[in-house]
Design a protein around this ligand. Structure first.
Ligand code: IPD
Ligand code: CA
Ligand code: CA
Ligand code: CA
Length: 285
């Protein structure tokens, strides 16, 4: 029996194809229109054009579904009890896009009844695309037709693990800088590949841990299902599964408990981390 989400996954690829064309057309343009949002982050004409194009196609092809996009918020579908919501980040890595760094992607996800069931990440300047649908594993390839399955790594020890992370805005803002620094020291290698890419590298087994401290649903929804279908684990810092928190820890699964022991909230966290003088300890005991 065909996977019930196959048509939705096909549509996600169609949306990604049009997004790729629109964004590549303006990537590197000297006259790219860039403005600054109230939170001092960039938005470009391409962020808006990609989101508008995706919304238009979804309105025609899936008019009953809700659409949530970073640039224009949530728009209700026509179904009274709509359980399906498309979640779109038109360009993840806008700061890279603006500065000519090729690490940016369009992220498209479908949520059904509170679960992410389809995810597609398209990074045309890297010549890469990753996708997954519920129960079908995770894949990469240049298009839907040229595809290979991907899987997380088999690394079991933090001392052998490679971790990609972002320090922006800051682990300090969520009161985890000490824990995060201790985790970095424990890992074999650390790199900052940034944005969606850290998580896709976990999904394909090239990196073992990815961590970002402050994210929104559209930053994470597509990444969540691709990491999970590749055999990994995706949770918030507080250990909740899924992209519903405000941050995202992805691992190959085998390392998740060890990472959470460093970073996570757990009942006796404060007593484990504070020594008698009240200063943070270097690592959990
Ligand atoms: C940003 C990226 C970045 C993260 C920011 C996000 P954007 O998304 O995902 O890695 O640190 O919090 O806002 O704005 O480039 O789509
Ligand atoms: Ca943004
Ligand atoms: Ca983003
Ligand atoms: Ca964005």
């Amino acid at each position: 029996m065909a996977n019930p989400y196959l048509d939705d996954l096909r549509l996600a690829h169609v949306l990604a194809d049009s997004a790729d064309n629109l964004s590549m057309d303006r990537f590197g343009a000297l006259d790219l229109e860039v403005s600054t949002k109230p939170d001092m982050t960039y938005v470009t004409e391409s962020d808006r054009a990609v989101e508008d194009a995706i919304r238009r196609t979804l309105k025609t092809s899936r008019g009953r579904d809700i659409v949530l996009g970073e640039e224009s918020g949530e728009i209700e579908g026509t179904s009274e009890n709509a359980e399906r919501r498309w979640i779109v980040d038109p360009i993840d890595g806008t700061s890279n896009f603006v500065r000519g760094v090729p690490v940016w992607a369009t992220l498209i996800a479908l949520e059904e009844a509170g679960e992410i069931v389809v995810g597609c990440v398209s990074a045309p300047a890297l010549g890469r695309r990753w996708w997954a649908m519920k129960g079908d594993g995770a894949h990469t390839g240049k298009s839907f037709r040229q595809t290979r399955p991907i899987h997380v790594s088999a690394v079991r020890e933090l001392t052998a693990a490679s971790m990609s992370y972002s320090s922006a805005p800051s682990w300090d803002q969520i009161n985890r800088q000490g824990e995060f620094d201790a985790l970095l020291r424990q890992c074999w290698r650390t790199r900052a590949y940034g944005d969606f890419w850290s998580y896709m590298l976990v999904a394909e087994g090239a990196v073992d841990i990815a961590a970002e401290p402050e994210l929104n649903l559209w930053d994470m929804a597509a990444l969540d299902i691709i990491v999970r279908e590749a055999g990994g684990q995706f949770t918030s810092l507080a250990g909740e599964p899924g992209p519903w928190g405000a941050n995202a820890i992805a691992t190959n699964g085998r390392l998740h408990d060890a990472v959470m022991a460093y970073l996570g909230h757990f009942p006796d966290h404060d007593s484990v981390w504070a020594d008698e003088s009240g200063d943070s300890a270097d690592e959990p005991v």
